[in-house]
Design a protein around this ligand. Structure first.
Ligand SMILES: NC(=O)c1ccc[n+]([C@@H]2O[C@H](COP(=O)([O-])OP(=O)(O)OC[C@H]3O[C@@H](n4cnc5c(N)ncnc54)[C@H](OP(=O)(O)O)[C@@H]3O)[C@@H](O)[C@H]2O)c1
Length: 382
């Protein structure tokens, strides 16, 4: 198989290194946007050198971002070139269009590395989903936020210090918004919902809350409550056209599996009618694990293995009115819902609410944030 890499950053360079040991997969071109002398004649700045080269069978898109990655991948698929991508942002926003382009071009789209980095989650999710009995998906899918929450809890460190430390160590981006505001986790949830539940969600419809405003005082209160905070994603099948789907900080019990996920590891699971609860654990990001999953995608193309996007998909609406739980809310704004006051953080009261639906809580938090942008809330697992 002859391939081209679109982008050669963290994941792309890992793919190139791992392919140097594969006799049957050859990197013929690499799309770059600046001089990289060691690539020699492999490098090109012109996408047409790749898309117009009939000898290139497959394209590995590891440049990231929405544009121009989307346009390049659409053109590659329409030109009949298989595509392997780790780009959850592009996939979550444009899946239908991408699948249509793949159908039109008779090409395949492999997405295994887009959720869970090196964890073989999507592949196995697709395999299990063939029964039609997939009920829920959930877990910790963002390693950066898990690292922050875990370090705050274990070392008693401040959010800003831990974030700066994670940025210096290369675990967090210079602009950490996609991680700490939950957008990265939401994109992964949408990709997983397509694979596992056959549902195309609009990412903007998924209720999302991140950890940008969490304070060490909150974490100390969680410890008094004998709880551990984790950023969790969740999608549940409701009726045919509806899913519950949300991303939110959640206070789990110390004995729950999520509480034992430390540093930047991921834990992703599903519930299937017959298989019951199944979990996958491991490195959800990083050069080598993610590149490994990309290379496995290329191998799957060669071997004709199961395709995570092989089953028919339909559009689904989000309905979070049935996801009901108590919420921890810390805010200086008047809360406006039935709640017990349980402490104070930085002069702002902290409450435990009566049970509320997830859509109700997220809508209420959006209103409260107008008065108190520092508000933090988390669901409380019963
Ligand atoms: N890193 C991970 O652990 C991880 C895990 C799972 C999934 N992913 C996904 O994998 C993808 C790549 O991530 P990454 O961490 O490898 O990113 P990265 O280190 O920023 O690498 C991206 C590379 O693409 C190049 N690039 C960007 N736009 C380009 C353009 N228009 N033309 C040519 N080259 C372009 C960049 O060039 P410059 O060097 O010139 O900027 C860079 O070399 C993303 O979709 C990401 O979400 C990453």
């Amino acid at each position: 198989m002859k391939i081209a890499l679109l982008g050669i950053g963290t994941v792309g360079s890992g793919v190139r290194e791992q392919l140097s040991a594969c006799a049957d997969i050859e990197v013929r071109r690499v799309l770059v946007r600046r001089e990289i002398p060691e690539l020699g004649s492999l490098a090109t700045r012109a996408i047409d050198d790749i898309l117009g080269d009939a000898r290139i069978d497959a394209v590995v898109e590891v440049m990231g971002g929405e544009h121009p990655a989307l346009e390049y991948v659409l053109r590659a698929l329409r030109a009949g070139k298989d595509v392997v991508t780790a780009n959850k942002l592009m996939l979550s926003e444009h899946l239908e269009e991408l699948l249509e382009a793949a159908r039109a071009g008779g090409a395949r789209l492999k997405i295994d590395a887009s959720v869970g980095g090196g964890i073989p989650y999507l592949f196995n999710l697709a395999r299990a989903a063939r029964t039609g009995g997939m009920q829920s998906l959930f877990g910790i899918v963002n390693g950066t936020t898990n690292l922050i929450l875990d370090t705050m809890q274990v070392e008693g460190a401040d959010f800003a210090d831990v974030l700066a430390q994670a940025q210096r160590a290369g675990y967090a981006e210079a602009d950490p918004s996609a991680d700490i505001d939950g957008g990265d986790a939401r994109a992964k949830l949408c990709v997983a919902a397509a694979v596992g539940l056959g549902a195309i969600l609009r990412p903007a419809d998924v209720d999302v809350a991140g950890i940008r405003t969490i304070a060490l005082g909150d974490v100390r209160l969680f410890q008094q409550m004998r709880r551990v905070c984790r950023l969790l994603v969740r999608a549940d099948r409701l009726d045919g056209d509806h899913l519950a789907a949300c991303v939110e900080p959640t206070l789990v019990l110390p004995g729950d599996l999520e509480a034992a996920v430390h540093r930047n590891d991921n834990l992703i699971g599903y519930v299937e009618r017959s298989a019951g609860l199944q979990y996958f654990f491991g490195q959800g990001a990083g050069k080598s694990p993610t590149a490994f999953n990309v290379v496995m995608g290329l191998r799957d193309l060669i071997d004709g293995a199961i395709d995570p996007l092989g089953a028919p998909l339909r559009r689904a609406e989000v309905d979070n009115s049935h996801l009901v739980r108590r919420y921890y809310v810390r805010t200086s704004a008047p809360l406006g819902v039935q709640a017990e006051r349980i402490g104070e953080v930085g002069g702002a009261p902290a409450y435990l609410t009566e049970p509320l639906s997830a859509d109700g809580m997220h809508a209420h938090a959006r209103d409260l944030r107008k008065a108190d942008p520092q508000l933090f809330f988390a669901g409380v697992r019963a």
